[in-house]
Structures are given as structure tokens and as C-alpha cells.
Design a protein around this ligand. Structure first.
Ligand code: SAM
Length: 476
């Protein structure tokens, strides 16, 4: 490969020929047990994998080796993330959109979807509904429309969200998933105090990309692919990647996304903060059956496991696009964040509280997990996970390479585990049902004992008492 990720642009580096050659190399080595075992040994040292090595694992269908791969993903997940799962919810600001994405019901030609844009008052209602559930971390979502949703509107919304204090609630971290934009706008987002900037590539296959995005600003493959470079130039050091599985061939996508991660690491010294694994869902005028590349649950699990091995320090997100059952199949393989009680409608949270039924939907897609946040938290607790509402890293300045180096040395766990337990305790005090409180208290008692440093364990014990007495927002 003649491209140097340090000096070349993302679009050049993530090139078609290298992806095809990697897939060919993987095909040739399908039965090469020695090579595959070597790759698994490397993964076990938490050194990460190259996109070629990941392609080889993806091609492997030997039962024994695949079992080992899954076991290893589980071990790495435990090593770096323990049994914590960070919770968040999406907040849809506006579904006005001038793009023509053929898989998304926001596409400009869709005349059946109800177009909505939240006013600042409506944002307040949405945020209070989210706070009343117990959410502390949001991902803002919006279509691309420079007239209806310009950057000034997004910035105003962020400002409003951070300013709302209600009972014990406060949104402490706002991540943003909006269309690719300029360095200047990324700088403004950074100044507004966003956490992660998330942008899904949708597909790394340029031909497919151009067919799937026939009109609108998003049709420019290079501009979209280089968005994260501009975000980092604009000072955002936590970025979240993703492809929408189901649009194009998954093998191509996995190699593409790992090359993107390699590019960011080489060029900026820090890889992606998160990788999301969304799959295409039915939506207003979208039928996934019209797209031939649907993924089975088995392949989906394998993708999650391989991402965990390839980028052990990158968080991995699974949304309510997946059912409870599917989420159960992938959580232990490397997922570190999940959404809960999500609405993909503009204004959907306040409407839900009021029992308003939409006559014409404004939803982006149908969710497959529609449980309440308390039900999701309860389910996690009963499987032995710690639902975490922690937002401390970014508020303590642990972002970008600082976060990554703490992660690589394993030190991050000294903060994450106590923070997870303290924010779970807040949730139990303020929002949980009796059954969830019972399960949560039992888990906290068990987990506090496992905090290795005596002094930290003591401090956490003291703070848990203070939280029960009404104090909030302790963090390491
Ligand atoms: N407009 C921004 C952009 O262009 O990136 C924000 C994106 S949208 C609100 C969030 C993501 O939803 C998209 O990037 C896409 O991957 C995903 N999405 C769109 N249609 C979907 C569908 N039918 N099923 C599942 N996910 C979908």
C-alpha cells in the first residue's frame, strides 16, 4: 500500500484497492490456522489488529477458532470496561433535511413524514422528560438543512440543554450527531462544550455511497469521509465512527472503518472514541427488504467481537435499533454504551409523557427495544452489569489522547468503576422502581468491595452515604 496515513487524507487512505486486496488476502488465508492463531495471540496482548488481520478473522469460519475469538473479545471487554455499560438517549432536534439518502425517511422528497423542528421551549420539555427518566447523557440528532437547522440553531440548542436544571436532573454530556461540516463549525461545537462528535460514514464503498446519496450536500463522498479530520482540526478530540450495516457488504465496511481508525490514530495520535454498529431499520417510507445486504445476528456478533479485538480502547455503541435479545447477544462481546427508552421522533419524549399519539410520524426509524429506562437498567443489573450514568471523563478533561493513554495503561478503571457505582446510586435514589433499587443496591454492595485501592474504596463508601443523603455529582 503506497499511502502514508500520517500525511494523506482520509479519503485517499481508506482506498478501494487496499480494501479489496485485504479481502482477497483474507480469502486466501481462510484456512490458515497458524496465521489466525497468531492474530488471536496478538489481540490477546491488547495491541489491536490491523485491518488486514481483522479481515482474516472475519473470513474464518472454523468453529474452535471462532469460539476462541468470542472468548477473547469477552476477556478484553472485561479487562478494559469491566461490567460497566454507559447509558444515553438520542434527542431529535429537527428532521428537516435537504439530502436524498435513499435509506433514510428524512430524505427531501419524502412528503409523508411530518416535518418538525423543536423550539427552545420544546427542547426544555424534551430535556425535562429525559431528566425525569434519569438520563444524563444525550446524543443530539438532526437532518441537514442550512436554512432550518443551521449551526447557530444547533449551538443554541446545546446551550439550552446545558442550562436546564430540574429537580435532581441535569444533562451533563451532550454528544452531537449532525451532518459533516466545516472546521470553523466544528470549532464552534467544541466551544459549546460537546462531548463526542458522531458521524456515520454509512458506507465506505464509494460507488455504493454515491448511489445511496444521489442528491444534497451529503452526496460528496470525499467531504463526508474527511469530516473527522476537519472535526479534529477544529479541536474536537473525541469522534465517533459508524457504518449503517445493511447498505453495502459488511466485509468491505469492517475493513473500511478499521482503516479510518488507523488513519485517525496515525494522523492525530488518537483513534476514534467510539464506534457504533447500527443496522438498517424499517422507517416511514423505507423497507429494509429493498436493501440486499441485511446482516444475520451471527455475523453481527462476529463484527462486534472483531471490532473489540481490533480497537480494544474504543468504546462501542449499540442502540435501540436492536432488540433486547440481540443486545443480550452482543453486550458481553465488547459493547460499552447503549441507549435506553429512546424516541426517534422530534418531540417524542414530551409527547410520550403526555400520552400523545402521533397521527403522522416524524420518527427516523422504528426502534426494536421500546422498554422504559427503568426496565433496561433492571435488565442490565440482573445480568450482572453496572448501568453507568457517568460523564466524568469529558468534564475532567480526560478526552482525546489523555483518555486513550489512561485507557491503555489500565488506569482509567480506577475512575470509571467508582464513577459508575456513584452515578448508579444517584439513579437508584432519584428514579428507580423498588425492584430496580433492590437489585442495584445489592450490586453496588458487591462491586464496591472489588475496588482495589483501599483509599478509593473508602472515599466511594463515604460518597455513597452522602448521595443517599441528597448530595449529587461526585466524580473522580
Ligand atoms: N443528518 C446527519 C448525517 O447526515 O449524518 C445525522 C444523521 S441521522 C439523524 C443518524 C443516523 O441514522 C444516520 O447517520 C444513519 O446512519 C441512521 N439512519 C438513517 N436511516 C436509518 C434507518 N432507516 N434505519 C436505521 N438507521 C438509520
Amino acid at each position: 500500500m503506497g499511502y502514508d496515513p500520517k500525511s494523506c487524507k482520509a479519503e485517499e487512505f481508506i482506498n478501494h484497492e487496499e480494501i479489496l486486496e485485504s479481502l482477497e488476502y483474507a480469502q486466501k488465508n481462510k484456512g490458515n490456522k497458524e496465521l489466525i492463531e497468531g492474530i488471536l495471540d496478538k489481540a490477546n496482548r491488547a495491541k489491536g489488529l490491523t485491518h488486514r488481520e481483522a479481515a482474516v478473522l472475519l473470513e474464518c469460519d472454523d468453529k474452535e477458532l471462532t469460539d476462541r475469538m468470542f472468548k477473547l473479545a469477552e476477556d478484553l471487554k472485561k479487562r478494559f470496561y469491566g461490567n460497566r455499560i454507559v447509558m444515553f438517549a438520542p434527542l431529535y432536534l429537527s428532521n428537516y433535511c435537504i439530502n436524498g439518502c435513499v435509506y433514510c425517511p428524512y430524505h427531501a422528497k419524502n412528503k409523508t413524514i411530518a416535518r418538525k423542528k423543536l423550539t427552545q421551549d420544546e427542547i426544555r420539555r424534551e430535556v425535562i422528560a429525559l431528566q425525569d427518566m434519569g438520563h444524563k447523557r444525550l446524543a443530539l440528532e438532526a437532518g441537514e438543512d442550512p436554512v432550518n437547522n443551521p449551526i447557530e440553531y444547533i449551538l443554541e440548542c446545546i446551550n439550552t440543554i446545558y442550562s436546564i436544571k430540574h429537580k435532581n436532573g441535569a444533562i451533563r454530556r451532550v454528544n452531537v450527531n449532525i451532518a459533516a461540516t466545516t472546521v470553523e463549525n466544528y470549532r464552534k461545537l467544541k466551544e459549546a462544550g460537546i462531548g463526542t462528535y458522531i458521524l456515520f460514514q454509512e458506507t465506505y464503498n464509494k460507488d455504493s455511497y454515491e448511489k445511496l446519496h444521489p442528491t444534497g450536500p451529503k452526496k460528496d463522498y470525499a467531504y463526508h469521509t474527511e469530516a473527522m479530520d476537519r472535526a479534529m482540526e477544529g479541536g474536537i478530540d473525541d469522534v465517533g465512527l459508524g457504518v449503517l450495516y445493511g447498505l453495502s457488504t459488511y466485509k468491505y465496511e469492517l475493513v473500511g472503518i478499521l482503516m479510518h481508525a488507523e488513519h485517525l490514530e496515525a494522523r492525530f495520535g488518537v483513534g476514534p472514541h467510539t464506534i457504533s454498529v447500527p443496522r438498517l431499520r424499517p422507517a416511514d417510507d423505507i423497507d429494509p427488504a429493498d436493501f440486499p445486504e441485511a446482516l444475520s445476528d451471527e455475523i453481527f456478533q462476529k463484527i462486534v467481537a472483531i471490532i473489540r479485538l481490533a480497537v480494544p480502547y474504543t468504546g462501542m455503541i449499540v442502540s435501540t435499533r436492536e432488540s433486547q435479545k440481540t443486545r443480550e447477544k452482543v453486550l458481553h462481546l465488547g459493547i460499552s454504551q447503549i441507549s435506553g427508552a429512546s424516541s426517534t421522533s422530534v418531540g417524542g419524549y414530551a409527547d410520550r409523557e403526555l400520552g400523545v399519539k402521533e397521527e403522522v410520524t416524524s420518527a427516523q426509524f422504528d426502534v426494536d427495544d421500546d422498554r422504559t429506562l427503568d426496565e433496561v437498567v433492571n435488565w442490565l443489573l440482573k445480568m450482572g452489569y453496572i448501568p453507568s450514568f457517568c460523564t466524568a471523563c469529558y468534564r475532567e478533561g480526560r478526552t482525546g489522547d489523555r483518555f486513550m493513554s489512561l485507557c491503555k495503561s489500565g488506569q482509567i478503571a480506577n475512575c470509571c468503576q467508582p464513577n459508575a457505582l456513584m452515578t448508579l446510586k444517584e439513579y437508584l435514589e432519584d428514579y428507580a422502581s423498588d425492584d430496580t433499587t433492590k437489585a442495584g443496591e445489592a450490586l453496588i454492595e458487591k462491586e464496591v468491595k472489588k475496588i482495589p485501592r483501599d483509599r478509593t474504596r473508602e472515599i466511594v463508601g463515604e460518597r455513597l452515604v452522602k448521595i443517599a443523603e441528597g448530595e449529587r455529582d461526585f466524580r473522580f
